[in-house]
Design a protein around this ligand. Structure first.
Ligand SMILES: C[S@@+](CC[C@H](N)C(=O)[O-])C[C@H]1O[C@@H](n2cnc3c(N)ncnc32)[C@H](O)[C@@H]1O
Length: 393
């Protein structure tokens, strides 16, 4: 075997999680900035929110990255204010948002949207059937906005979720629901935890590998939401979004949409399905489930193939978290780089170091798990390290 014979899997795995060169970093930054302006579709919000309806009763909901006139989160909560029996709904816009001043207008209310770039907040504490059509909905919200001067007011600090003004609103909130800017995901989540908030936010599955996020998942303080476990989702993007992006669509009104892979909800609101047991059917055998060279655990490539009778330590793909039931499994850690080292993943063995340079070029480092498969160094995709609490012989 030549020095460069680490499998193709290794490169793919690493590329997914790391941008190594500076040009890549710039591209990465630009693409993160663009992802900050992906607008969530109402249908996706409804499909997720239906799992938690009872938990919103009597609660103050805050959408803190949401221009009320552009955000389907605001639209959802405003139209369902009474059905969910909310106590209050707050939404704040952000001064630097490129769509401030009205480009997307998901929620068209002629003449109501404040002119210019000044950020603002909307606070709604009561919605009644003011137009007496027998239903409470967006037209009643429109009436409120037109007739109650207290509902909408400007923000002095720019609407940044980290500003003191927004933090005061956050303190008042029980549940925060939004699609936060992707480039600030860690900071955003850290703030929610610091203020001890319930939350339901949408983001990218790669966030799982962020240290702070993974720790919350491991400690059972955050988990993946109920409705998205695979495939891609469509988001609306501003008019300025480049047309050459993959998965692009323009509707009959000229609105632009992009399909995004790896989308997940992250939450600390409980739901029934995450306590359902995953049905396992395979038995352990050492040929099918090789051990890592540098950690005492077996490798499993498909979540459904976790052996039902193995009570030792197991490495599984991160998609395991889509099926994770904390009563059935224990999460031990994450088998990549520093997180791997923390749980005792050893550096490359002396006799395998000759392959290490090549593997490193592809992004893998000490702390990453590896196997020798048919004489070839094999670095699997990122692995969550688990134990099956209910393993039975
Ligand atoms: C991914 S978009 C989602 C918008 C909306 N929540 C939705 O789902 O349709 C994130 C939004 O956060 C805004 N934003 C960016 N940085 C922010 C910050 N520091 N504070 C508050 N909002 C911010 C962006 O301008 C953008 O409108």
């Amino acid at each position: 075997m030549k020095d460069g014979s680490a499998t193709r899997k290794s490169a793919g795995a690493r590329n997914k999680f790391m941008a190594t060169k500076s040009s890549n970093k710039n591209l990465h930054k630009a693409s993160l900035a663009k992802k900050d302006e992906f607008y969530t579709q109402l249908d996706d919000i409804e499909k997720e929110l239906k799992h938690y309806k009872d938990q919103f009763r009597g609660k103050v909901v805050y959408c803190n990255c949401d221009d009320p006139f552009e955000s389907n989160f605001f639209k959802y909560f405003a139209s369902n204010f009474n059905a969910l029996k909310l106590k209050k709904l707050i939404a704040t816009s952000y001064v630097k948002s490129p769509i401030v001043g009205g480009q997307l207008s998901l929620f068209e209310m002629e003449g109501l949207k404040p002119e210019g770039k000044e950020p603002f907040k909307i606070e709604i504490s009561e919605v009644s059937d003011v137009n007496s059509d027998g239903a409470v909905g967006l037209t009643d919200i429109e009436w409120l906005l037109r007739h109650d001067a207290n509902v909408s007011s400007s923000l002095k600090d720019g609407g940044d979720f980290r500003s003191q003004e927004c933090i005061e609103l956050l303190k008042e909130a029980d549940i925060v629901v939004t699609n936060p800017p992707f480039s600030l995901f860690r900071e955003y989540l850290t703030q929610l935890i610091e203020y001890n908030k319930k939350f339901l936010i949408i983001g990218n599955v790669n966030a799982i590998t962020y240290r702070e996020c993974f720790k919350l998942i491991k400690d059972n303080k955050m988990w993946l939401g109920a409705s998205i476990h695979s495939g891609d989702r469509e988001f609306r993007v501003p008019d300025s979004y480049p047309l050459n992006a993959a998965g692009f669509r323009v509707d009959e009104n000229g609105n632009k949409y992009i399909r995004v892979k790896g989308v997940r909800w992250f939450t600390n609101l409980d739901y029934k399905e995450r306590h359902e047991e995953l049905t396992l059917y395979k038995n352990y055998n050492p040929e099918e489930y090789p051990k890592y060279e540098n950690y005492d655990a077996i490798n499993v490539n498909k979540v459904l193939e976790i052996p039902k009778d193995y009570n030792g330590i197991i490495g599984v793909p991160i998609t395991f978290l889509d099926k994770y039931n904390p009563e059935q499994f224990e999460i031990i850690g994450l088998g990549i780089s520093n997180s791997g080292k923390e749980i005792g993943v050893k550096p490359y063995k002396e006799e395998h170091k000759k392959y290490r340079k090549e593997i490193q070029k592809r992004g893998a480092v000490d702390g990453d798990l590896y196997m020798i498969t048919k004489g070839i160094v094999d670095v699997p995709y990122a692995r969550v390290i688990i134990k099956n609490k209910k393993a039975k012989k």
